[in-house]
Design a protein around this ligand. Structure first.
Ligand code: ZN
Length: 444
């Protein structure tokens, strides 16, 4: 009896925790929900039942699938800052201005901006793409990250739904236009039931990345967004974190205070909102729920990273006049993004997540400094094969420098000259662990 009881317990545990699988009995609940749904109109439960045999057939293709071994980072390097931070990783400060010539510091955000912001779109929604290209142009090249559900791109699973999933050719074109993609899983929790052949969360994470990287020339998928399911019994993807941490450099969640604290970002649960009404409201909001908090020294979210996301538009590129107040509020969000060019870094999610983890673990040393040249070494604890986004380094130059040129490992890198309170500085872009950085006065 005890043995039987224990094995039932361990089976239940296997189904309910750790691997994000739904129990087979979930189908009973879904069938009951479908039976109770009105005879006409859309029902998530009915749709899930219709899809069940289609997923079962698709999973057959992966019957022998084995989780790929993620490439191991070099000795002493990390594949990601996994785990939820419980205390600040560093003290948050105002902008830093090193005083002594040759002294340098890593800027909190790119180009020494005060704060950061990002935007993403979930669930492909391919038919909205022309509208988004227009919106992006309208807002000065808004950086959009699409979190793609990979399985049905090109209609590989359900050809009739290609208008939502999109064709590879179209996503390839967007990649060429400079937009970025993350993974939103293979199936979007379509049928996470092991007994139906679901290969598990490792497969959702690793296989979607493999499909995107194989389907799009030049794509390297580094970030994931956790899918949620409208079918309650299937909403298990919050348990996928170990798989996400194994195969990605960062991941976005779907909720939380939508401003991430700069020194306490959970890089595998980047906070966001799909309802940014409060973010642009004229009424007072709770701390962290308004974009203005990014610039308020008294806010706990001062100098943080705000992220918002959307699903479909339902109404074309004229966002301001969208009948849904929530959708219309994105126009105000983008206006805000666009109207603070000196203070706000609007970056792709993966770029900001790479920057943050490199910055949080960076070591910057001045190897040599004299009025003819300044030599710096920049390293981080992150694996440089993945974490290759340049950090912005601020360097106090020698009095008398009127301009600056910089190289890293002999290659020219971007360097901006600026004066602050009568002293010369440079903002230099260099990636950690890619060789020494050398600054010279250049030719004025
Ligand atoms: Zn989704």
């Amino acid at each position: 009896m005890w043995i039987a009881f224990l094995s039932v317990c361990s089976l239940a545990e296997r189904l309910y925790s750790g691997n994000g699988a739904a129990p087979l009995s979930a189908w009973d609940a879904i069938a009951a929900e479908a039976a109770a749904a009105p005879p006409t109109g859309y029902s998530h439960a009915k749709a899930a039942l219709e899809m069940r045999p289609i997923w079962q057939a698709y999973y057959q293709k992966f019957a022998d699938w084995k989780p790929p071994v993620p490439p191991a980072p070099p000795e002493g390097k990390l594949s990601g800052l996994v785990g939820t931070p419980t205390e600040p990783r560093f003290p948050l400060t105002e902008k830093v201005w090193p005083a002594k010539p040759g002294e340098a510091s890593v800027c909190l955000w790119e180009d020494d901006k005060l704060a950061a912001a990002s935007f993403s779109i979930d669930d492909n929604n391919a038919s909205d793409v022309p509208s988004w290209e227009e919106i992006s142009r309208k807002y000065g090249g808004l950086k959009i990250t699409w979190f793609l559900i990979s399985g049905n791109i090109g209609g590989a699973i359900v050809p009739g739904r290609i208008s939502s999933a999109g064709k590879w050719e179209m996503w390839q074109r967007l990649l060429g236009e400079g937009y970025q993609f993350g993974s939103h899983s293979v199936t979007h929790v379509g049928n996470p039931v092991l007994e139906d052949g679901w290969p598990g969360p490792d497969w959702e994470c690793a296989e979607s990345k493999a499909q995107l990287d194989a389907g799009l020339t030049g794509q390297r998928t580094k970030i994931f967004a956790r899918p949620g399911s409208a079918t309650k019994a299937f909403n298990m993807s919050q348990e996928w974190r170990p798989s996400i941490e194994k195969y990605y450099a960062a991941a976005r969640g779907g909720s939380g205070v939508p401003i991430n604290k700069a020194n306490m970002t959970d890089y595998f649960d980047i906070r966001t909102t799909a309802n940014p009404l409060t973010m642009v409201s004229d009424e007072p909001q709770k701390d962290g729920w308004h974009l203005g908090d990014l610039f308020k020294p008294e806010s706990k979210y001062y100098r943080g990273w705000a992220t918002v996301f959307i699903h479909n538009i339902n109404g074309g590129p004229d966002l301001e006049n969208n009948p849904s107040p929530t959708t219309a509020s994105f126009a105000k969000v983008f206006d805000f993004y666009n109207s603070h060019p000196a203070d706000l870094w609007v970056g792709f999610l993966a770029d900001v997540a790479l920057y943050g983890q490199e910055r949080d673990t960076a070591t910057l040393t001045t190897d040599a400094a004299d009025p003819a040249r300044i030599v710096l070494s920049l390293t981080s604890k992150m694996d440089p094969a993945v974490f290759d986004y340049p950090l912005t380094v601020k360097v106090r130059l020698f009095d008398g420098w009127k301009s600056v040129e910089a190289t890293q490992n002999g290659n020219v890198v971007p360097a901006e000259f600026l004066m602050h309170e009568g002293a010369p500085y440079a903002l230099v872009k260099a990636a950690p662990d890619k060789g020494q950085v050398v600054l010279s006065p250049g030719s004025p």
